[in-house]
Design a protein around this ligand. Structure first.
Ligand SMILES: Nc1ncnc2c1ncn2[C@@H]1O[C@H](COP(=O)(O)OP(=O)(O)OP(=O)(O)O)[C@@H](O)[C@H]1O
Ligand SMILES: [Mg+2]
Length: 256
């Protein structure tokens, strides 16, 4: 049986009060199995980023629980939560959150340094090479393009070998060639290293790299598409070897 790396139970997230009150998540229950790649889609404002932030322990939900790698986040104090985020969770967010005064290589090794480890230079070089940036190790973020910054953020998320990588529109700012590179890399994490990837995207081509697509609407899970449908999308974009094995289109499953 697949182990569930991330379990979300009855997640609600409410912002503001009175007339400014917004229910960003309205009772989401789902889980992300170890070694699976899930795409989260839905209209703007449907709660995708909020879901990712809560699942990654960056925001505390108003109600409900998040369990990552067997640990309930609501039972952790700030220090333990920070440690769990640093060691077990990778983030690739559209606002890349690179440290502007550090070089690409220093940004990549930052999570390990914060954990008190000094990674061998070859590990950092390998992570940068994996995202096609071997030649940019000594550049600072301001000397990199948006797509290159995004890939540095990805290399940084990879270096700790986290149990789960959360990516919020990781290809939103990239051209199609660079997008493919990033998506293949995420797929490799899942297929070759058994890591778990949860990716928000608006792009069906990007979603086709996933095993499962969750559709959010108004803060609720509206639908869930599994293998066959993803394979059908993959076939449409004709990326050889991309479609999951044995996937003739299946009817969509209601997840809630
Ligand atoms: N910090 C906040 N304070 C108040 N409201 C918020 C906050 N963060 C999100 N919201 C609201 O919650 C809802 C869900 O936002 P969220 O960012 O999760 O949407 P999204 O699906 O990621 O949208 P997009 O595709 O545009 O990125 C929106 O209506 C948004 O305005
Ligand atoms: Mg968003």
């Amino acid at each position: 049986m697949t182990t569930q790396t991330v379990i979300l139970t009855g997640l609600r997230a409410v912002y503001g009060t009175g007339s400014r009150r917004v229910t960003a998540l309205d009772g989401v229950t789902t889980s992300f199995g170890s070694g699976t790649f899930t795409a989260v889609m839905g209209p703007s404002g449907s709660g995708k980023s909020t879901l990712l932030h809560c699942a990654a322990g960056l925001d505390r939900p108003t109600e409900g629980t998040v369990t990552v790698d067997g640990t309930r986040l609501d039972e952790l104090g700030e220090d333990d939560l920070t440690r769990l985020r640093r060691d077990r969770i990778g983030f690739v967010f559209q606002a890349f959150n690179l440290v502007s005064t550090l070089t690409a290589a220093q940004n990549v090794e930052l999570p390990l340094r914060l954990a008190g480890r000094r990674p061998p230079a070859r590990e950092v070089t390998a992570a940068l090479a994996a995202v096609g940036l071997a030649g940019r190790a000594r550049h600072r973020p301001s000397e990199l393009s948006g797509g290159e910054q995004q890939r540095v953020a990805l290399a940084r998320a990879l270096i700790t070998r986290p149990a789960v990588v959360f990516a919020d529109e990781p290809t939103g700012a990239l051209d199609s060639g660079t997008s493919r590179q990033v998506l293949r890399l995420l797929r490799t994490l899942v297929d070759d290293h058994g890591q778990t990837v949860v990716m928000v995207t608006h792009d069906p081509t990007a979603a086709a790299y996933a095993d499962r697509v969750l559709l959010l609407a108004d803060g609720r899970l509206a639908d869930e598409l599994t293998g066959g449908i993803t394979a059908a999308v993959a076939a449409l974009v004709a990326e050889p070897g991309l479609a999951p094995a044995g996937g003739s289109p299946q009817p969509a499953e209601r997840s809630c």
